[in-house]
Design a protein around this ligand. Sequence first.
Ligand code: PLP
Length: 357
Amino acid sequence: MQSPNVTIEAAALRNNLAVVRRFAPGARVIAAVKANAYGHGLIHAARALADADAFGVARVDEGLRLRAAGMAHPIVVLEGVFGADQLDAAAAHELQLVVHSFEQIAMLEQYAGTYRFAVWLKLDTGMNRLGFRSEEFETAHARLAGCAAVTTLRLLTHLASAENAGGLETKLQLDRFRALCGSLRLERSIANSAAIIAWPDAHGEWVRPGLMLYGASPFAERSAADLGLLPAMTFATQVIAVRNVGQGEAIGYNGIWRAKRRTRIAVAAVGYGDGYPRCMHAGAPALINGREVSVVGRVSMDMTMLDATELPNVAVGDEVTLWGKGLPAERVASFADTIAYELFCRVAERVRREENL
Ligand SMILES: Cc1ncc(COP(=O)(O)O)c(C=O)c1O
């Protein structure tokens, strides 16, 4: 085994897509594979998710990579084009474009090519990131509806807090969306993973799961396992040294952690150079041969120390799981003040990848 390594299970991705379909029966699925499929590997993940109805990427170049790999699905570019110079490539590869600004509308109005784009008009219903605000919607809609470069027009919005089940912010966003476009006979897409599970009202014709496809739960109080999701990524390494330290001895850089008792330290071959966050707090869980241990001291570039006092037989070569099978990334993420999304995306290129079909 070369350490550290990351294993991506295609079977888990397929299982999780089936879970999406159970929660949102009747809706078509745009599988979010942006950001290298949340660090899972764009092409491998897309192939495993070939049953999806479409793929969602953030940027045109991600769509082009999917096409270069032979993916023929509809591809939705969730941030649309960043400049008119991207329209030709988007047209040549039949990418569907989210349109969230008047600048993007102007680009389409001035487009001289013969291709006709499928466009998703994005509404800002409260996230205040991308999209047309309520007062801009009518103009934006009229201009796109009358734009020669546009064929199919659909509607899209993004929810800021859908993981807060029953939360007022989401109710408000859904109300705004309905008030603006409830009377239009256009297909809609609203729901991310959390909304697919917690807001059936938000399903519309198309749902856009990301996180749940990768097997993580969007909710603090509901585990992925409870939702039927399987972790697609397992990040693992091995123990490369074991030592015993006495009570009061300091471990690692800056001596930020001191042993309160005689402690057995297992040194794992993983560090922030591999994407394991340097800010990981002491106490963060990891598994050695399936048994839970905790991080101690400062994570270094290539190594992390684990308190293995309870494992008398721990030895060089033992397998260490940082997250994945047996240890949800959501749980680990909280010890680095982040979310599973970011942990997945951080895994460095230097980490060896294995893709199980
Ligand atoms: C516009 C858009 N749609 C869908 C998603 C998928 O969201 P999630 O990973 O929470 O399911 C994202 C992710 O950030 C997004 O930005």
